[in-house]
Write a protein that binds this ligand. Sequence first.
Ligand code: PEP
Ligand code: MG
Length: 593
Amino acid sequence: MERLKGIGVSSGLAVGPALVAIQRTQVIRFPIAQDRVARELSALERARVRSHEQISQIRRRIAGLKGADLAAIFDAQLLLLDDPMVVGRAARIVMDERVNAEWAVQRAVDELAVVFNDVEDPYLRERKGDLHDVAGRLRMNMRGENGGVRDLLHDLEQPCVLVADELTPSVVAQLDWTRIRGFATDAGSRTYHTAILARSLGVPAVVGLHDVSKRIPSGAWLIIDGDTGDITIDPPTSVREEAENRARRSRLEPTPPRAGEGPTETRDGVRIHLQANIERSDDVPAALASGAEGIGLYRSEFLLVGGPPNMAGEDEQYEVYKQVVEGMAPRPVTIRTFDIDERQLARPLVDAALDARWFPEHERVGHAGLRGIRFGLAQPAIFKTQLRALMRAAAHGSLRILFPFVSSVHEVRAARVLIAEVRADLEARGIPVGKPAVGIMIEVPSAAFTASLLAREVDFFTIGTNDLIQYTLAVDRTDERVSDRYEPLHPAVLRLLRQVRRGAMREGIPVAVCGEMASDPLLLRLLIGCGLTEFSMTPGALPMARRVIQDTSAGEMARIAARVLTLGTVDDIEQFLLESFAKSGERNEVKTR
Ligand code: PEP
Ligand code: MG
């Protein structure tokens, strides 16, 4: 038996044999049953034939447009495709190791890439890019055929625990969680989207384990504790059975979140608004059951992950937004426009929706490129499709539009021009539209510093502490190697929060906090002390937040916050907060950080 300690990011206990997944290429390695080998081999062969047709077609098109020289690139790809070191070697791996073909292709290509690395000839070395291109195409064609991971999971004899170096949100969104009890990953942190999604799906998860995917062999028994962050490898039978019983009991009797009992107030009568963050329209019942007063953040980009192929279309989006608005009525719903990244543009959004490589490793959400509103403005066709769907859905209830990743007044004005165009277009066609309030996420330091200027341009602010902290402190929120530097209590973060609130107050617009910071009891109190009164968090955290708020005196917290803002280090701040709470006798809920 061995124990490892990670960061528990999604509550619950999971017990089962390990299934090790390699995220580097989003290829999962599955042991397959003997009678599946033939199926995998024919899928591999059909993918080869299909890839051949596709590459030949591309070659013809390029030859017609640009001439034979350029088309020769694709001759090289065709040669690679037919090279026995690629498909032939992959077939051998499937047979010898009884693993899925997608993984086998990746293995074969990795082996060959090493050979290319050692070649002196620069021309040949450059062919490595083609090799990866060919491998990607083969895998894509296989995925279309066998349904990929989802299909393979059906062949597992019993539910497993997924172990990966990194799991992307798109993979998490697509997996069949009746076949997987929970997951453990090398990478990740509490605010990574994968962790957020795991909480919303109720899947126990431990992340930030550094090298767990290398240490655990496929098939080893595991216990994952999403509350404590503990992983037990190969537990003795008695420990395993006891954990299995506990896990089964909690699956059978999920503790329903307590519904809210009227408006939430602090001990000294300050009204606090509590809303829910959701990632899927299916989360609406959980939000209602937890007593949410509305949806403070609907991360609409999750629509593009694992949904039907036409999810990015205006009508499909409109139906989903309308369903959420009507489901929450009369409560307000804040829908954030797609917080996606430029590099997903390489493929049409529709393909991206189905592609498990939607968030490749090097394109983590922390990426500071053409993301959020920048992406929208760079791609007005996609942006306006979403805006049209939102404007139409706004006719059915209280909908607010929220722009992510704003860093300047200029961007807000440009986005508002597009809203005006969309409105005029819909009205000219006689289509009913609503008048949604328009707000922005404050999650980039430049936006926080210019809050008072931005407040003149919009109807509301929502502070995204997850990103605000990572950009202020220059700490990638998905990188476990620096996770100890990700400090919500850093004086710079607290000063920025104060500045944002002041900016909003000056222009009289409301300001909410929707980052994970608000679902930590200690930090929630401090935020209240900083004068913040609107919070949005995962539905599961709302009952805790309600209890904490009812136990907190806003006046006393304001005095504590004023003192905190004079302290220079995180340690001093944390110690001062804990001492102050101990003195005031306030209930000390378990810290979730
Ligand atoms: C945030 O940045 O705090 C936020 C809520 O947005 P996301 O976690 O989706 O980046
Ligand atoms: Mg964010």
